[in-house]
Design a binder for this molecule. Structure first.
Ligand code: TMP
Length: 234
């Protein structure tokens, strides 16, 4: 399948139309940003890792009954996906205190949570993806009640599946971000699942195996992305 005109270029991916109206091609870049685009850089090989890891995660989740946009891998950096209309929501699941939640709540990173947290952010770069709740979603019309119920059900199921999957690979799933889209009127999982969108800590050493290495200048960024892919493919 060939790429036609580019539909959209984001911070980490480009999306192209294809001859099939219902299919897009996603092309993963090595560009990395943090803090809403304030910090910019390159993580060499990240596009390849994120493309292959997302493919593996989507296939695994499909097998467990979660519908996703993934169709097939086309090349090292490209995947064929269903042409969804993305819901303007970032869905964050937190198992352990970290990142913006740690700052917002004044709780030390690494603290276990008594219950899993689901947060919504309004996906809007100009506004810096502000945190919102269900009332904001319905009042503004970002999604309807049935869609939000499905998003929540899938997000918690995905968390259980991914926690077990990563644990088998010596990794603690701290938190992650999901995006969903509409395809033929149904909510399906879209975007990517990668070290850019998850916090992954090594069980044995506590080492951060994700984009926090870039965000916080911890070094060993490229090798760590490869390490995560190796554990998934291994
Ligand atoms: P946060 O602690 O910065 O809110 O991030 C929570 C999770 O969401 C973390 O796993 C990283 C991921 N994330 C994204 O995928 N994209 C983003 O733009 C942000 C801010 C976080």
């Amino acid at each position: 399948m060939q790429k036609l005109e580019m539909l959209y270029e984001g911070k980490a991916k480009k999306v192209f139309k294809t001859v099939e109206e219902k299919l897009y091609i996603v092309d993963y870049k090595d560009d990395a940003t943090a803090f809403n685009g304030v910090k910019k850089g390159t993580i060499v090989g990240k596009g390849v890792v994120n493309n292959k890891m997302s493919a593996a995660m989507f296939l695994m989740l499909e097998e467990k009954g979660i519908p996703t946009h993934f169709v097939k891998l086309l090349s090292d950096r490209e995947s064929l996906v269903k042409a969804v209309k993305i819901l303007p929501l970032e869905v964050i699941i937190r198992n352990v205190v970290a990142g913006s939640f740690s700052k917002r709540m004044g709780i030390e990173e690494g603290t276990e949570l008594k219950e899993t947290i689901l947060e919504f952010c309004y996906k809007n770069d100009e506004l810096g993806d502000p945190i919102i709740n269900d009332y904001h979603i319905y009042a503004v019309g970002l999604a309807d009640r049935e869609q939000v119920a499905t998003v929540k059900e899938y997000a918690f199921k995905i968390n259980e599946i991914m926690k077990a999957y990563f644990l088998e690979r010596g990794i603690r799933l701290v938190d992650f971000k999901l995006e969903f889209g509409l395809y033929e009127g149904k909510v399906i999982l879209a975007d990517e699942i990668s070290p850019d969108t998850c916090r992954l800590w090594d069980v044995a050493t506590g080492k951060k195996l994700d984009k926090d290495r870039f965000r916080r200048d911890l070094g060993d960024v490229e090798a760590t992305y490869q390490e995560v892919l190796n554990r998934i493919q291994g």
